[in-house]
Design a protein around this ligand. Structure first.
Ligand SMILES: [Zn+2]
Ligand SMILES: [Zn+2]
Length: 884
């Protein structure tokens, strides 16, 4: 395929047509399958499965851009790279979506019945569940779709059953009556981490309970007055002198007129309140434990909606908050209300619907986590799994060390139904992978399956191995487990990472992944969390339509250092698009200069050693810089610090390669060699950039006549070219001089047609030689009418200015070109602006509250900002003073 010419190489890049076409081309070529590199070392990443109800938000776009950059580079490096895609059935979320649809049709799931309802959810999933995977294709995610999984597909459902049954047989899954977190709106139990705590201004109500016989009362305090209806005792500390004589006596519970005992228990804190606490076993986990020790009954006063039931006597039918008021009123009337004080405390809310959670006594399934946590802690302590950055280990350890048993049963219908059956005739409990035909004890056919389903996180805890075929010993499992890496956010280290570690180690004997790369959150330009409710969320698909998926990926990855939050504004995506366009223009310019030769021809005949020996200064320099860029990109991508590598790559492409290409094609003496150097540099740049901007690089690769697909071309490795320090230093002088003059021109808005004179005094032989050789180029690039090389530094006279450049002193004349008055006024205006900003930053840094509360990174950033502004002010002042 011959290289492009000006006529078939459009002036501007248009992502709209090309992106979808290239994605199809990659998929058709099987480029995303690990079989592309059949002998390669395996490298597997499983996707943090998005909810099947989900649509792609900026958080996904960021995470996927990082995963894709990693996996595309590994694929190019020859690894059998596999990105396993899939989605989560998202129990409560999906059930809610379908229930809302049913409500619109005027029906509900109870009317439909369980079986029909589940069918409806599957229908919904078939119709809408693929949305997010289409959106991932749109963003260029190079997943192997032939290996796509769903947490409720056949294989994964079987894995869930096998795990549940084994844990049950090992005594690590059990069923018990416990106080759990109940959402009265979602009608299900929640695990401890599904409860979000918020500080609220509540009340502390003190109530007097009279003794059944004799005079006197005991005062108890509560934040939830209505729960007194379910009290079955009062507890005091055994060593508390104040109550020594009353332990064992009976009290009369007001309003309910029920006799309840005073018990002594070590769990009571004698210094809190009156030292006596009411015991409500059905509605508080600590009270439940006290009641167990003293044989106190549990009286449940609420139904599943948190409405008072028949056990609440005359308050039956009242909602919990109405009942609170009614109970206080009735206590006041009965003369038993001692006081009501304001009280700040934390209240748990459902993470799905934000309803206040109700502690509720119920029969649930639990995982006993302590024995599973031990190996999970050890594995990270022994570096068998490494967190990047390492500081996130702490959160992981803290969480695992204080784990309570995990409530895994949920009272919803959509999910993995618990594989436990109860015999109607003899009460036998049967837990089994296969549906049992009859009772193993009495042979009865009358078995009922447990109504509950498993917590969604139960199945996602198995994701790194279940997606690869476990419990079958498949080839994929053999090859791709442990996964090489997990990219994920810090916010699910305990929801998910810790659980995958526990389950992975328990069931496969090995860690689920070698590295966990933790990324930050995408925030808006002001650092606020993006959210629909603040109205500051940026839609990734809208950005991709407007600027191309490449531009969005580039903007995100360029900001993505490990563990750091990523600020994003639309202008930055636009800026990234401009970079892609610059690359396009440079490639087009080079293509036209290749006289019909292709990238593959020119790179094939290119001999790096010959250029190192005979090449011109710009040629040696560009290859030296290319080598350094290749090293830096590889080294920073290996640390998952994509931001560092991408910034370097952007700098090299925009500020060095593009300049060089303008310079060198003018020289006709060694045209073929110049073409080879440019083709080699461009070829390397495209391959380096491909993992981040896959579409534009593939399009360019083809237009320039690269071999096959860039998606499967080798990723550039270091040590191909010579790092030439002398050439670097000499060329730095050239680029510094040119950019100093250009800066001056743009600051004073000097028209490109206006030629100016510059006197340059080079410092050192390298700089001198470079300026002598490339004087003409500098003259052209900087728009000079004359470049005068001075042996001595030239003190600027009136109407001239000294410019700052590395390796040389530059003086230029602006007499008759720049309006001095206007330029001074402009500088003054800018100075005033900078000084205002400096005062603002200084005030912030002088504020102790800010220093104490803001994260260290934010404070550091402000300090750096202060330095930057101060430096800019000093520079601008000296610049202004020279304008006369
Ligand atoms: Zn809820
Ligand atoms: Zn039976």
């Amino acid at each position: 395929m011959p290289s492009a010419t000006a006529t078939d190489f459009p002036r501007a890049y248009d992502p709209a047509g090309g992106e979808a076409r290239w994605y199809q081309r990659w998929e058709d070529a099987g480029a995303f399958r690990p079989e592309t590199n059949p002998d390669g070392e395996p490298f597997c990443i499983v996707i943090p499965p998005p909810n099947v109800t989900g649509s792609l938000h900026m958080g996904h776009a960021f995470e996927h851009a990082l995963i894709d950059a990693t996996i595309r580079r590994k694929r190019m490096q020859g690894y059998a790279a596999l990105w396993v895609p899939g989605s989560d059935h998202a129990g409560i979320a999906t059930q809610n979506v379908v229930e809302r649809e049913l409500a619109k049709e005027g029906t509900d799931r109870h009317e439909l019945g369980r079986e029909v309802f589940i069918e409806r959810v599957w229908e919904w999933k078939e119709t809408y569940g693929g949305r997010i995977t289409q959106q991932m294709r749109r963003m260029g995610s190079s997943c192997d779709w032939s290996r796509e999984r769903f947490t409720m597909d056949e294989g994964l459902s079987r894995a869930v059953r096998v795990v549940f049954v084994r844990l049950y047989e090992e005594g690590l899954v059990y069923r018990a009556n416990r106080i759990i977190n109940w959402c009265p709106r979602c009608h299900t139990a929640l695990s401890d981490i599904e409860v979000e705590h918020a500080d609220v201004e509540g009340e502390l109500v003190t109530i007097a309970y009279p003794f059944a016989e004799g005079d006197g009362v005991i005062e108890v305090a509560t934040t939830r007055a209505e729960t007194m209806l379910g009290d079955t005792g009062v507890a005091v500390h055994p060593d508390d002198e104040r109550y020594r004589d009353v332990v064992g006596r009976m009290l009369v519970l007001p309003l309910q007129e029920r006799e309840i005992p005073v018990v002594a228990d070590d769990a009571v804190d004698p210094s809190f309140g009156t030292g006596a606490v009411k015991v409500t076993p059905a509605h508080d986990p600590n009270d439940f434990e006290i009641a167990q020790r003293h044989g106190l009954p549990a009286v449940d006063i609420f139904d599943e909606n948190a409405v008072v039931n028949a056990n609440g006597g005359r308050f039956e039918g009242e909602g919990r908050f109405a009942a609170r008021e009614a109970v206080k009123e009735a206590l006041a009337e009965a003369g038993r209300l001692v006081s009501v004080d304001t009280h700040h405390h934390a209240v748990g809310h459902c993470y799905r619907c934000h309803t206040v959670v109700e502690p509720r006594l119920s029969l649930q399934w639990f995982v006993k986590v302590a024995p599973l946590a031990v190996p999970a802690i050890e594995a990270v302590r022994e570096n068998r799994t490494r967190f990047v950055p390492q500081r996130w280990e702490k959160l992981y350890f803290d969480w695992l060390e204080q784990l309570r048993d995990w409530c895994i049963s949920r009272q919803i219908w959509w999910g993995h139904r618990i594989p436990a059956w109860y015999c109607d005739d003899c009460g036998e409990e049967i837990v089994s992978v296969e549906d049992p035909r009859g009772c193993r004890k009495c042979a009865s056919r009358s078995l009922r399956q447990d109504e509950d389903v498993l917590d969604t996180w139960f199945s996602s805890a198995l994701w790194p191995f279940s997606t690869l075929g476990w419990p079958e010993q498949t080839e994929d499992l053999e090859r791709f487990y442990p996964n090489a890496l997990l990219h994920t956010g810090f916010d699910i280290i305990y929801f998910w990472v810790a659980r995958m570690m526990q389950m992975g180690l328990h069931f496969t004997g090995d860690v689920p992944f070698r590295h966990v790369a933790i990324h930050g959150l995408v925030r808006d330009a002001e650092g606020r969390k993006m959210s629909k409710s603040y109205g500051n969320a940026i839609d990734p698909l809208e950005m991709a339509d407007r600027y191309g998926a490449d531009a969005l990926r580039f903007a995100l990855v360029r900001a993505g250092s490990p563990g750091q939050d990523v600020p994003l504004a639309e202008e930055w995506v636009e800026g990234a698009r401009n970079f892609v366009n610059k690359l396009w223009n440079a490639a087009r310019f080079v293509a036209i200069g290749l006289d019909g030769s292709t990238l593959s021809e020119l790179t094939a005949s290119f001999d790096p050693a010959r250029v190192a020996r005979d090449g011109t200064l710009p040629e040696r320099w560009i290859l030296s810089r290319l080598e350094q860029t290749v090293r830096r990109v590889n080294e920073s991508f290996e640390r998952y610090d994509f931001a560092d590598g991408v910034r370097e790559l952007q700098h090299f492409t925009r500020d060095e390669f593009i300049e060089l290409s303008k310079l060198s094609l003018r020289d006709d003496g060694q045209r073929r060699r110049v073409q080879e150097v440019l083709a080699t540099a461009l070829d390397t740049i495209l391959r380096l950039l491909h993992p981040v901007i896959p579409f534009a690089t593939e399009e360019l690769w083809h237009r320039l006549g690269g071999e096959d697909l860039v998606a499967t071309a080798p990723f550039p490795a270091p040590d191909v070219h010579v790092v030439d320090d002398a050439a670097d230093a000499a060329m730095r002088t050239i680029t510094e001089v040119v950019s100093a003059i250009r800066r001056f021109r743009s600051e004073h808005q000097i028209s490109p047609k206006q030629r100016i004179t510059a006197w340059v005094h080079p410092r050192g032989d390298g700089a001198s030689g470079a300026l002598q050789t490339l004087g003409t180029a500098v003259t052209e690039l900087a728009g000079l009418d004359e470049l005068v090389l001075d042996e001595q530094p030239r003190p600027p006279r009136a109407g001239e200015q000294r410019l700052v450049a590395d390796g040389a002193e530059v003086v230029i004349s602006f007499a008759g070109i720049v309006d001095v008055e206007a330029a001074r006024a402009q500088a003054d205006k800018q100075l005033a602006k900078l000084e205002t900003e400096l005062r603002r930053v200084e005030a912030k840094l002088a504020n102790d509250a800010f220093i104490d509360r803001a994260p260290a990174e934010v404070v550091d950033a402000q300090r750096r900002r202060r330095e930057e502004i101060a430096a800019a002010i000093a520079k601008l002042r000296s610049h202004r003073d020279l304008l006369r």
